[in-house]
Design a protein around this ligand. Sequence first.
Ligand SMILES: Nc1nc2c(c(=O)[nH]1)N[C@H]1C(S)=C(S)[C@@H](COP(=O)(O)O)O[C@H]1N2
Ligand SMILES: [Mo]
Length: 197
Amino acid sequence: MAVFSRGFGGRARESAPDLPPGQFLTEDFPVLSAGPTPEIYTAEWSFSIRTETGAQHTWDWEQFRALPSELVSTDIHCVTRWSKLGTSWRGVSLDTLFEEVESSYDYVMAHSYGGYTTNLPLEDLLDGKAWIAYEFDGEDLDPEHGGPARLLVPHLYFWKSAKWVRGLVMMKDDEPGFWEQNGYHTYGDPWQEQRYW
Ligand SMILES: Nc1nc2c(c(=O)[nH]1)N[C@H]1C(S)=C(S)[C@@H](COP(=O)(O)O)O[C@H]1N2
Ligand SMILES: [Mo]
């Protein structure tokens, strides 16, 4: 069998069982943004979850940072074929944030400062699968990587991990976000190679 290596100085899949099909390892941390990095001051930052009743649960930075946080060590997989293994983050579990939220809807649209959106099933945000992350490698999250805080949903392609996230809106039906309207798969499971539709 041919041993191949391509892009990002990566190693081929054979040497890394943690690598989903078609992905290549990278040691650095590429920045992928559809627009400019927004300037967000934590004094003006807030995160909210809005439900079908119009109820809005909002946390300012102080309230958010007072919530229990978790250290998360995880692999991340970008649809442009780079993967990074064993990344380390700190964030607040979506389980913690949803403790206060009552909704019968099954889907979520994540909204970011700057206008980016991405859609997810609610169940992919719960049960220890997703965080609002504010540290990477023990440091405040860089603005380029979504600081002060971003969504982290590592079991799906990384476009689902909305940088500069400012809120979630509950949806009755699945509706496409920014990349999903532009050809990316509605769900985006890297192990199924759900890249595009
Ligand atoms: N707000 C916002 N979030 C975003 C994006 C974006 O353009 N804007 N790009 C997505 C894509 S396609 C990827 S691969 C990751 C990249 O995150 P990184 O720049 O920290 O590597 O962020 C995702 N979240
Ligand atoms: Mo991406």
